[in-house]
Design a protein around this ligand. Structure first.
Ligand SMILES: Cc1ncc(COP(=O)(O)O)c(C=O)c1O
Length: 400
């Protein structure tokens, strides 16, 4: 039921859905009228053009709220998860500075989260970085010990962009609530892929990205809890839109697109998760049969349905990625893959530099077909065997 063709021209098979996802054609269709016929400024309160745009924005806001069990008044639009994370983390810390100076996060967060905490450290905050085990998950007792009198916030990534590992969000939320500490989760990868309910998980702030869930690029959202009320310092000055948290004219077509993407994800999530898990198991089984030494990085029990992160001993992941002309996969997060250093995430999970450099990320998505998975398996097996036969590690791995 999820078979909708993308506009993409025939070319390499796309298995990098943690980097970005194609915008669902149904999302594009919903957006189009808001570029041309229904182009009003949603903040124009004096005429029908404005009301029409504003109604569409509010309908979209409701759909995003429905995806995570929130109230529409708790959703604000941003430009993406980077902005949502910045606003949540820096906004909460700075607003509450008089109440405490301690913050907690993990070693495996996305760069945009880690950089926020590093900036706050330069402003005088103390930050605890939690370790993860070899499955990629945090230790709840370490978290519990880290929380102290001056702790303001715990920020833990919901589902990981490299290893797809899903954290114990309900346990973390319960612990934070008991201790009176705010809980933020970067759910750029989790939203729309796994069930998230901000009330049962006791999440106070939750970041969403449009382009990770078949919506457009350049739009995201931040959930901000109303009860008990969470308050943030805004980052931008201006017209005071989005309850003062995010000034600037809302991009109606993008808001509509994110709303439609959220609605589709909510309706199709369970079926799609089953389908992707099946395809992933098929790929993994065929790789294992032909490459018995491969290792899966991160928990297989607590993982996004479409994600694999695999280590092929003795080769360079970069060489594999560049050698696979017919397949788009990556060695890690797109935002940091310009650097040749082995992934800090895999190293935090206990992999040696050499094994981290021999790892690749594979992300299946809504438009991935059975035939593509069969072909991808053949391509990977052929290339890995070729690299292993030629002595494996070359350029980037020897530099690491
Ligand atoms: C876990 C995670 N957080 C944040 C981001 C940043 O999202 P955006 O591209 O919407 O700013 C990404 C994107 O790679 C991500 O995977």
């Amino acid at each position: 039921m999820n078979r909708h063709s993308t506009a993409a021209a025939p070319g390499p098979i796309y298995l990098d859905n943690q980097a970005t996802t194609a915008t669902d054609p149904r999302v594009v269709e919903a957006m189009l009228p808001f570029f041309t016929e229904k182009f009003g400024n949603p903040h124009s309160t004096g005429h029908a053009f404005g009301w029409q745009a504003s109604d569409a924005v509010e309908a979209a806001r409701q759909k995003i709220a429905n995806l995570i069990g929130a109230d529409a008044r708790e959703i604000i639009f941003t430009s993406g998860a980077t902005e949502s994370n910045n606003l949540a983390i820096k906004g909460l810390a700075r607003f509450n500075r008089s109440r405490g100076d301690h913050l907690i996060t993990t070693r495996i967060e996305h760069k945009c989260v880690l950089e926020c905490f590093q900036r706050l450290q330069r402003e005088g905050f103390r930050v605890t970085y939690l370790d993860v085990d070899d499955a990629g998950r945090i230790d709840l007792s370490q978290l519990s010990e880290a929380i102290g009198a001056g702790t303001l916030m715990v920020s833990v990534i919901g589902a990981h962009n490299e290893v797809g590992v899903v954290q114990q969000l309900a346990d973390i939320g319960a612990l934070c609530r008991d201790c009176g500490v705010h809980f933020h989760s970067d759910c750029a990868q989790a939203a729309g892929k796994i069930e998230l309910d901000v009330n049962s998980l006791k999440i106070d702030l939750l970041s969403i990205s449009g382009h990770k869930m078949y919506g457009p690029m350049g739009i995201g959202a931040l959930y901000i809890r109303r009860r008990p009320r969470v308050r943030l310092q805004a980052m931008m000055d201006g017209g005071g839109q989005e309850r003062g948290y995010r000034s600037g004219t809302l991009p109606t077509p993008l808001c509509v697109g994110l709303g439609e993407a959220a609605e589709l994800a909510r309706l199709e999530m369970a079926d799609e998760a089953r389908r992707l898990t099946g395809l992933r198991e098929q790929l993994l089984a065929s790789l294992r049969k032909n490459l018995p030494n491969l290792q899966v990085n991160g928990s297989m029990d607590h993982r996004l349905p479409g994600n694999l992160n695999l280590m092929f001993a003795g080769i360079s992941g970069d060489d594999l990625v560049t050698g696979l002309k017919g397949l788009a996969i990556s060695t890690g997060s797109a935002c940091t893959s310009a650097t040749v250093e082995p992934s800090y995430v895999l190293r935090a999970m206990g992999l040696s530099d050499r094994d981290a450099s021999a790892s690749v990320r594979i992300g299946l998505g809504r438009f991935t077909t059975y035939e593509e998975i069969e072909k991808a398996g053949e391509l990977i097996i052929g290339e890995v065997l070729k690299l292993q036969a030629s002595g494996g590690q070359s350029s980037s791995a020897s530099a690491a």
